[in-house]
Each structure stands twice: as structure tokens, then as C-alpha cells.
Write a protein that binds this ligand. Sequence first.
Ligand code: Z5A
Ligand code: MG
Length: 210
Amino acid sequence: MSILQKRGALIVLEGCDRAGKTTQCKKLVELLKSEGHKAKFMNFPDRTTQCGALINSYLTNKDNFTDEGIHLLFTLNRWEAKKQMEQLLNSGTSLIVDRYSYSGVAFSSAKGLDMEWCRAPEKGLLRPDLVILLTLTPEAMSKRGGFGDERYEVPELQKRVMEKFLQLKDDKYWKVVDADKTPEDLSYDLYKSVIDTVHKSALSKLSTLW
Ligand code: Z5A
Ligand code: MG
């Protein structure tokens, strides 16, 4: 008799700068682990790879690329992680991922690139089981302190990016959540959807974008 290996869920958090994506991803991993689930935090861009180092030097204004060039580097940064993600998911580890292809398409198209062109190189990457889009009103955002020094941390661009996220939203597997809560209240809210997705995805097949 074969024993069915349950797979892990691929869960992505997206949203604007300072919405609390990193904080929540890490809290969700802790909560899953505390209930006996295998879970791992991942983030994009992953600045630790060679490609990620180029992205980092672009974001911190030390280097420059064309809009098309940096778009493809962000995509490559996800392609280089695909195999490892697949192996972890198939061995039963849920991945809680801080930004993914949707940031790639939203940021590049907000800068003026054609959205279909931006989507094309993401085709074939793993499709998340759940995407949580964290939103903040401009008032709530202003309470979180000033923008940092990175290239994209300007209000006009962040506003256009949020419009692009809403265009990419697919109601079948997206959930939009107002992030203007304490970190504890927010993770309590998110955990319900996360655990539900972990249970639902366990016996389904992984699929790919788009
Ligand atoms: N980018 C792209 O163009 N193409 C791509 O394909 C990808 C990304 C993947 C760097 O991303 C840039 O790369 C990003 C998009 C672009 N540019 N922008 N903007 P990143 O992920 O490295 O950085 P970020 O997401 O923009 O910023 P962030 O500061 O990491 O935001 P966050 O993760 O959402 O927030 P946080 O670190 O959890 O919290 C921010 C602060 O708020 C911190 O002081 C916390 O203590 C505080 N905080 C967190 N939660 C709360 C709550 N609930 N209440 C009050 N205060 C809170
Ligand atoms: Mg972050």
C-alpha cells in the first residue's frame, strides 16, 4: 500500500512598502511550526545569490539597468529558486513567501512596461495556493514612518503599484486584507486563511503560472 505524501502549501504575501509583509511572513512560519507543521520563510528578491546581489545594487542606486533588464533579473531570481521550492513543497514543507511574481509584474508595469510583456517570463513558475495582498490607506501608511532610501520607495510609484496589484488579483486564490492592525491581530486574522490553505492544498497537485 502506498503512503500518500502530503505536500506543503505555497503562500505568498504581497503589498506595498511597510505593509508588514516580512513581519507577518515570519510570524506565520512560527505559528505553523508551533502547531507541528513544517514551514519555511522565503523572500524575493533573494539578495544572497549572485543575481540577487545585482538586484540589491540596483535597488540601492549603486548600479543601473534598463527597466527591461532589471525586470528579467527579478524573474531570474525566482527561476533560480524554483527547483528548491518544488522539492520543499513536495516533501511537505509549506513556504511562506515575502513578495513573488506579482511584485515583479506590478512594479515593472507601474514604471511603464507592458503588463503582458512583464507576465511572459514568469510563465511556468509555481503558482501559489494563496496570495494575501496587504493594503494600507495613505493615512495608515504615514503612521509607519518615512520611506527609506531605496529606489522604489516613493509614494507616487507605490500608488501605481497598488493599482497594478488590483488588476492582477484573481479572486479564486487571492485575499485582500487591511493591514492597519497590530501585528498580533493581523497574524491572528491571516492564520485562519493560511491553515485552511495548508489543509486544502495537501492532496492537490502543484500548478504553474499563469
Ligand atoms: N521588487 C520588484 O520590483 N520586482 C520584484 O520582482 C520583486 C520586488 C520581488 C524591495 O523589496 C523592492 O523590490 C520593493 C519591490 C521590488 N520596492 N519597494 N517598495 P523588499 O521586499 O526587499 O522591501 P519592501 O517590501 O519594499 O519593504 P519592507 O520595508 O520590507 O516592507 P514590509 O516587509 O512590508 O514591512 P516590515 O519589514 O514587516 O515592516 C516595516 C515596518 O513597519 C517595521 O518598522 C515594522 O516594525 C513596522 N510594522 C510591521 N507591521 C506593523 C503593524 N501591524 N503595525 C505597525 N507597524 C508595523
Ligand atoms: Mg520586507
